[in-house]
Design a binder for this molecule. Structure first.
Ligand SMILES: *Cc1c(COP(=O)(O)O)cnc(C)c1O
Length: 361
């Protein structure tokens, strides 16, 4: 008899990640506002760079990501030696769990926190531990209360997804000050570009040995399909992660596309400016319709309805009009719909559809 073939403990407890839907039956070209993508797409310079690189696809890409790290460092004023690039920031989240959390260790995150944190924790054999939020905001005191001698990693997205809320730098510093010495704080900056004036945690990373920030090309840079993100942290952490990272994790196309995208600062600045305007208009329009939402610091708004049944009905109404949004039920928010801020004409469609939904109720 051979031993039964079974995966490592924890792996079969993982619930598959649900991405935003992209199809509605009967609608050939639905309006997809379910994955917080940039509605204007990527920088044309990035698209051109990738097209140019396609002819070199027979060559292995560089393993050190030197040109991309250099460009990121230049544009954001970071130290290139302390950047690690990954297949989306998802890969950085996985590498952190793999490197720092195993059986018996705890990975802390919050009530409505991003679904990838418990997945990556379980994949590493660690135990994800969720603590409560206060009115859809991360609460530093509750997080500190959740820390034990087994806590190895704490994940916080700031701004948060799917809540779009934020906590300020003083609170974040207070949390970093309270960390026990075995514990790393990870600031997930997937939406940092949309939070005017916030450095994503850069100053905190540079001031300590136990804070890492992650960023991505998937949201503001319009390159969700390319799969590029990065982490910025203390040298000892970056060195650790590089030892387990696949040497060819990023393709040649991904490397040149992301580099051109980050250098096209005007394109991303324009997209961010339009998002800010449209986010205010969408939030204001929802509130006028009697639909509640917190102030958003990201590229989406979280609309709150009276209850789950009303949210379901609103979701069905939007679908009939060819609009796909996200029902964040698995995030403990069954009465909500998360709506990505689209182009001005997209947001007009959302407000018109919700207006007719509210009018019909
Ligand atoms: C979208 C998102 C990410 C980014 O994922 P990528 O792998 O970089 O595409 C990370 N964290 C949060 C909270 C997100 O919403």
């Amino acid at each position: 008899m051979t031993a039964p073939i079974r995966p490592q403990p924890g792996i079969l407890d993982i619930a598959l990640y649900q991405g935003g839907a992209s199809e509605i039956e009967g609608h050939a070209e639905p309006l997809k506002l379910s994955s917080n993508e940039n509605p204007f797409g990527a920088s044309p310079a990035a698209v051109a760079a990738m097209a140019g690189a396609a002819a070199q696809a027979h060559r292995y890409p560089p393993t050190d990501h030197g040109a991309l790290r250099g460009a990121i460092a230049e544009v954001h004023g970071l130290d290139a030696a302390r950047i690690i690039c990954g297949v989306g920031s998802d890969e950085i989240i996985h590498l952190l769990c793999q490197a720092y959390a195993g059986p018996g260790d705890e990975v802390l995150y919050t009530e409505h926190g991003f679904g990838m944190y418990p997945i990556a924790a379980k994949a590493a054999g660690a135990t994800p531990v969720q603590v409560a939020e206060v009115e859809r905001h991360v609460d530093v005191d509750t997080l500190i209360g959740g820390i034990t001698e087994r806590t190895r990693l704490i994940f916080i997205a700031n701004p948060a997804n799917p809540c779009a809320t934020m906590i300020d730098s003083e609170e974040m510093t207070r949390l970093a000050d309270a960390l026990p010495e075995q514990c790393l704080l990870i600031l997930d900056g997937a939406y940092v570009e949309f939070a005017d004036g916030y450095d994503g945690g850069k100053s905190l990373v540079e001031a300590r040995e136990n804070v890492v920030m992650t960023r991505t090309f998937s949201k503001a840079y319009g390159l969700g399909g390319l799969r590029v993100g990065y982490g910025y942290g203390p040298a000892h952490v970056i060195d650790t992660l590089n030892r387990i990272r696949g040497p060819f994790n990023l393709s040649g196309l991904a490397l040149v596309g992301a580099e051109a995208a980050i250098r096209d600062v005007d394109w991303v600045a324009r997209c961010i400016a339009i998002n800010a305007q449209e986010r205010a208009r969408l939030s204001g329009g929802l509130r006028q319709l009697g639909i509640a939402c917190d102030e958003s610091f990201a590229n989406f708004v979280l609309a709150r309805f009276a209850d789950e049944a009303t949210a379901d009905a609103a979701d069905a109404h939007l679908k009939r009009d060819g609009i796909i949004v996200r029902a964040p039920k698995s995030y403990g928010l069954p009465q909500c719909l998360r709506i990505t801020v689209g182009r001005p004409e997209d947001n007009d469609r959302v407000l018109a559809a919700l207006g007719s939904f509210v009018g019909a109720a």
